[in-house]
Design a protein around this ligand. Structure first.
Ligand code: NAD
Length: 348
């Protein structure tokens, strides 16, 4: 029996593959990824020989019905975990269409094939990895619960919210065993450096400006990626059919605070005096920038016994250390297409 995991060459997908194969010695994963600009097979290069025997990589698109059917015909699939997505809000503002194709139609295509080969007796499951951004923005107080109405603002979050509704429809209409998880911002190894934390680490190490949107007081609720992986594993194994589970660590920080934490820790580690707060540059705010996200994770804690295990102070150091130890990974990633994206967003 294998799980079909999509988006395995991205940030969270690759972390999940390591986590899951190391924890479950009897399990196999078939990993599907289109290898877009964000997909990087290097992210999976640390699998050991034994783990490699339980992992099959297939390059392909979640919209490719024939390929998905072939995978189902050739393997016994116990379920699908869908990480594959276009995931960057800024890119969705510049070019929304691919977000609709991958995030909405791609999810529906996966569901179509999941339904076609569905066998209720085998307890197969479809897990959609979604985001807290589908709930829109909060004021200074309050938390998103699973009952908070969907109110997405960016093309990215609208596409994720749409996908969530399609998953719900496949559960409600066809009785399929599905779950949706909605997690807050993740951080950790293998994150593409267009996202806040690796972007700031990389720029600081290269003495480049640290572009902070607007006043930098946007609040995000940060969770170490491995804690997210554990939550997904629990929901995949024990989540009640049709339910949504919010995932978050009650770790709210302003963006500017995160940038300063990174600067301070990098200074301490490298003793490089050029890494200092003078590098911070406030740039024009992102269009429609949501002010605050914060998750109420009570349901997954009470029902499934999940709790975040990595304190932010520890997780951020582990993350920065990883980027310091893997400069070659970063060097390979920040060429080509990434350069163009960076120029368009921040100039230079
Ligand atoms: P990522 O951009 O790092 O990885 C996405 C992966 O999907 C890439 O490897 C890419 O090649 C692949 N992909 C894209 N389009 C595809 C397609 N059509 N077919 C097959 N593969 C395709 O993203 P991430 O940060 O790892 O996020 C993974 C999932 O988790 C996404 O669904 C995202 O919405 C969700 N999520 C992310 C966060 C976060 O903080 N990063 C938080 C909550 C939820």
């Amino acid at each position: 029996m294998s799980i079909l995991v999509t988006g395995v060459a991205g940030f969270i997908g690759s972390n999940f593959v390591y986590y899951y194969l190391r924890k479950h010695k009897d399990k196999k994963i078939i990993g599907l990824d289109k290898l877009t600009y964000a997909g990087n097979l290097d992210n999976l290069s640390k699998l050991n020989e034994e783990e490699k025997n339980r992992f099959t990589f297939i390059k392909g698109d979640i919209n490719d019905i024939e390929l998905l059917e072939k995978i189902y015909k050739e393997n016994e699939i116990e379920g699908i975990i869908n990480f594959a997505a276009e995931s960057h809000v800024d890119r969705s503002i510049h070019d929304p269409q691919i977000f609709l194709k991958t995030n909405i139609l791609g999810t529906q295509t996966l569901l179509h094939v999941f339904k076609k080969y569905y066998d209720e007796r085998k307890n197969q499951k479809f897990l959609q990895v979604s985001t807290d951004e589908v709930y829109g923005a909060l004021g200074p107080t309050g938390y998103f619960t699973e009952k908070t109405p969907l109110d997405p603002h960016s093309p990215y979050s609208a596409s994720k919210a749409s996908a969530d509704l399609i998953v719900k429809a496949y559960h409600d209409t066809y009785g399929l065993n599905t779950n949706i998880t909605r997690c807050s911002n993740n951080y950790g190894p293998y994150q593409f450096p267009e996202k806040l934390i690796p972007l700031m680490i990389n720029n600081a190490l290269n003495h480049k400006e640290l572009p902070v949107y607007g006043d930098g007081k946007q609040v995000r609720d940060w969770l170490y990626v491995e804690d997210h992986c554990k939550a997904i594993e629990l929901v995949f194994e024990r989540g009640r059919s049709g339910e949504v589970y919010n995932i978050g660590g009650h770790n709210e920080k302003e963006n500017i605070e995160i940038v300063k934490i990174i600067i301070n820790y990098l200074q301490e580690k490298t003793k490089d005096e050029k890494i200092n707060e003078g590098l911070i540059k406030h740039v024009k705010d992102r269009l429609g920038h949501d002010r605050r996200y914060a998750i109420d994770p009570r349901k997954i804690k009470e029902e499934l016994g999940w709790k975040p295990e990595t304190k932010f102070e520890e997780g951020i150091k582990r993350t920065i250390d990883w980027y310091l130890e893997n400069k070659e990974w970063m060097y390979k990633v920040i060429t080509g297409e990434y350069k163009e994206f960076y120029r368009r967003n921040y100039g230079g």
